[in-house]
Write a protein that binds this ligand. Structure first.
Ligand code: ASP
Length: 359
C-alpha cells in the first residue's frame, strides 16, 4: 500500500514536471514582440457628451494589451509608451525617439519584432520615415483603428491581433515597416489613408497591397523592391529635432500665387515640395516663384495632389531648365520626409533626384 501511494506521488510529480516543461517550451518557442504605443484612435475613448466625439490617446499600452488576452497565444509581449497623442500632432521629436527605440530594441537578440500602435492620420508618414532610418530587417508593424476602443464594433483589437501575428511571422522580415488595418497589409512606401472614417481607409494606390491577413495568418502577394531599412543610406542616429532641415509643402490650386513660396524662402526653408495639380503642375506665378527659390539653393520637388501615379522629369515642366526634382511615386507628405533626410546629406539636385528614383 505504502509503495503504491509513493509511486502515485512520483507519477503526479512527473506529470506536473512534464506539464511545466511543456508550458515553458511553448513560451520559449513564442517570439518576443515589443509593443510601442504612440496614441491614436486605437487608444481613444468616446467622450460622455456624444457618441461621435472621442479623444485619441486615452488608454495606455498596457490597457491595449490586456484588452486582447488572445495575444498571449501568439507572442510574449511587453509594452512601452513612447507618446500618447492623436497622430495629427505627430512630430519630429516623437519620430526620433521612436526610431532610436526601434533601433535599440531590434538590435537585441531576444527581440523578434515590434508593433507600433499609432493614429491613422499620419501613420503612413511614420511608417515611411521608419522605413528609411531603422537599421534592421526584423518586422516592424504599425497598427491603428478607425473606431475608438469604446465604440460598438471597435476595430482596434483585431488590428492589434493581426499586427502582433504579423510581427511574429518570419515571412514579414525584410519588408520594412508594414501597416495593417482592416485585414490588409501595406508597405510603408505605398500606404495611404484615403477615406476620413471608413475601415478600408488605407490603400496602396500605386503598387497595390502587400498582402492580406486571414484569420491571423499572413498571405503576402508581392515584395517591395525600393530601398529601405538595412538598404537605406539614411540615418538619424544622434540627430536632434532641430538638426532636420526645414522642408515645407505648398498645395497647388487654381489661381495660386507665388507669395507662399516667397514667404517660405524668407523664413529660411531648405526644401519645398509642391503638391501639384495633375502631373505635378502649378500656375505660372507659383512656377516663377519656385524657379527663383531653386536659383537661391532651395530644393524644389514636384509631386501630385491626385493621390496616385508618377511625376516624372520634364513632362509639362522643364525640370532640367528650372533646377527642379521630380517626386516620382511619392505623395507630397512622403516626399517631404525623403527630401528632409536627403538634405541632411547633400543639396546636389542630381543626387536628390536619385533618392526619389531609388526610395
Ligand atoms: N486623429 C486620429 C489619429 O490619427 C485618427 C485615428 O487614429 O484614426 O490619431
Amino acid at each position: 500500500m505504502k509503495t503504491k501511494t509513493s509511486s502515485m506521488k512520483t507519477n503526479k510529480i512527473l506529470l506536473s514536471l512534464t506539464l511545466a516543461l511543456t508550458f515553458a517550451q511553448a513560451a520559449w518557442a513564442l517570439p518576443n514582440i515589443k509593443v510601442l504605443a504612440t496614441g491614436g484612435t486605437i487608444a481613444g475613448a468616446q467622450t460622455a457628451q456624444s457618441d461621435a466625439g472621442y479623444k485619441s490617446g486615452t488608454f495606455s499600452v498596457n490597457d491595449l494589451i490586456k484588452a486582447v488576452p488572445q495575444l498571449t497565444n501568439v507572442a510574449v509581449l511587453s509594452g512601452e509608451q513612447i507618446a500618447n497623442i492623436g497622430s495629427q500632432t505627430m512630430n519630429h521629436e516623437v519620430w526620433l525617439k521612436l526610431a532610436a527605440r526601434c533601433n535599440e530594441l531590434l538590435a537585441q537578440k531576444d527581440v523578434d519584432g515590434i508593433v507600433i500602435t499609432h493614429g491613422t492620420d499620419t501613420m503612413e508618414e511614420t511608417a515611411y520615415f521608419l522605413s528609411l532610418v531603422v537599421k534592421s530587417d526584423k518586422p516592424v508593424v504599425l497598427v491603428g483603428s478607425m473606431r475608438p476602443a469604446t465604440a460598438i464594433s471597435a476595430d482596434g483589437p483585431i488590428n492589434l491581433c493581426n499586427g502582433v501575428a504579423l510581427a511574429a511571422n518570419p515571412e514579414a522580415k525584410g519588408r520594412g515597416p508594414l501597416v495593417v488595418l482592416n485585414d490588409t497589409i501595406h508597405y510603408a512606401r505605398e500606404a495611404q489613408k484615403m477615406h476620413t472614417t471608413r475601415m478600408d481607409t488605407f490603400q496602396s494606390p500605386n503598387r497595390g497591397i502587400a498582402g492580406m491577413m486571414n484569420t491571423g495568418k499572413a498571405f503576402f502577394y508581392s515584395m517591395n523592391t525600393t530601398r529601405h531599412n538595412t538598404k537605406s543610406e539614411f540615418s538619424v542616429a544622434g540627430l536632434k529635432t532641430n538638426d532636420l532641415p526645414y522642408v515645407a509643402i505648398v498645395y497647388s490650386h487654381a489661381n495660386l500665387g507665388g507669395e507662399m513660396v516667397d514667404f517660405l524662402v524668407s523664413q529660411g526653408v531648405k526644401g519645398i515640395v509642391l503638391d501639384g495639380v495633375g502631373d505635378g503642375n502649378t500656375t505660372d506665378a507659383a512656377l516663377a516663384a519656385l524657379e527663383k527659390a531653386a536659383k537661391q539653393g532651395v530644393a524644389v520637388v514636384r509631386c501630385s495632389r491626385t493621390g496616385s501615379g508618377v511625376v516624372d522629369r520634364n513632362v509639362e515642366v522643364n525640370d532640367d531648365k528650372l533646377g527642379f526634382i521630380a517626386g516620382m511615386e511619392l505623395s507630397a507628405q512622403k516626399a517631404r520626409i525623403l527630401l528632409m533626410l536627403g538634405l541632411a546629406k547633400t543639396n546636389d539636385p542630381k543626387q536628390l533626384q536619385q533618392y526619389f528614383v531609388e526610395y
